[in-house]
Design a binder for this molecule. Structure first.
Ligand code: UDP
Ligand code: MG
Length: 295
């Protein structure tokens, strides 16, 4: 089988007016670098002619592979599907609305040759409105605080990755914005490069203000997961032992003076039960961590 150097992963959701130009531009740029590449386009359950447009591009660009979702699952699952099917040594991700510029790909790949495993695009001169840019800046600062990743623009889809590293990262919820941070947490050598950014000229943005809330909830979840993920029992065990200690203390108090205290037995039972629940949760989390590591 032909060795693939680069896989470009592009999710499309109702982007019928952007598909042809997008594939054309990406293929044009990458073909200047190598003949051994593939473009994986994911139609994320579009209700317009996106899929038809993608199919019509196949005769022109045989390197184009298409994944079609039955319904709209979201940008994160779409990118995950593309990553799962990628055969290239290097994976390049980008948006399908021409806001990212394919002409930036060669510079990102060149930067990678300096020994980096992830090169993240930085939309320094971002062409989105201020109400979008400010929450994004705050989210980037929080992500840096939560994970330690030192890049400015995690939300920029245009990034290049060493495929072996990226395939170890599992994405869920709307965490495609955190891919670079996940790779960093796995020890990847990561840097950033300023890229161009264009205003959207065709089609609509797929996100409203609810995105802000979702990003912050995802950040909060990430913080908790990072705290608990290595040794959950250390945390749950501490709560469990505290409950158990309180239960035993009250039990001794009753032994000394049991006939006057009728609420204490209930409290003992409650605390002992509490301890049981904490240990149980801790154990379940430990098993989940072990299972995750084995995969
Ligand atoms: N997208 C997707 N599924 C979705 C939402 C978006 O595949 O549920 C794609 C969309 O078609 C585009 C990219 O993800 O190629 C980025 O979306 P959008 O341009 O709406 O995001 P924004 O630039 O407004 O952050
Ligand atoms: Mg966009």
């Amino acid at each position: 089988m032909k060795k693939i150097h680069y896989t470009i992963v592009i999710p499309f959701y109702n982007e019928e007016d952007n598909v042809a130009m997008m594939i054309e531009k990406v293929a044009g740029v990458v073909e200047r670098l190598t003949g051994n590449y593939e473009i994986i386009a994911i139609d994320d359950g579009s209700s317009d002619n996106t899929f038809k447009m993608l199919k019509s591009q196949r005769c022109k660009w045989p390197e184009l592979r298409i994944i079609k979702f039955r319904r709209n699952f979201g940008q994160t699952p779409a990118m995950q599907a593309g990553i799962d099917h990628a055969r290239g040594d290097v994976i390049i991700t980008m948006d399908g609305d021409l806001q990212n510029d394919p002409e930036d790909i060669p510079a990102l790949l060149e930067k990678m040759k300096e020994g980096y495993e992830v090169v993240s695009g930085w939309r320094k001169n971002r062409k989105d409105n201020i109400l979008r840019c400010i929450p994004s800046k705050v989210a980037n600062i929080l992500l840096r605080w939560v994970t330690g990743v030192k890049i400015h623009d995690n939300g920029c889809s245009l990034k290049v990755y060493n495929a072996a590293i990226l395939k170890k990262v599992r994405l869920y919820s709307e965490m495609h914005r955190f891919i670079a941070a996940f790779a960093f947490l796995r020890g990847a050598k990561i840097t950033e490069l300023v890229v161009r950014h264009h205003p959207r000229t065709r089609g609509q943005s797929k996100y409203g203000f609810s995105r802000i809330w979702k990003v912050f909830i995802d950040l909060f979840t990430l913080r908790l997961v990072l705290n608990f993920s290595e040794r959950p029992m250390v945390w749950f065990g501490a709560f469990g032992f505290t409950s158990l200690f309180l239960a035993m203390t009250i039990f001794i108090v009753i032994l000394l003076d049991w006939h006057r205290q009728i609420v204490w037995p209930g409290l003992i039972l409650l605390l002992a039960f509490n301890a049981f629940i904490f240990f149980g949760y801790g154990l379940i989390c430990e098993l989940a961590v072990l299972h995750g590591k084995r995969r």
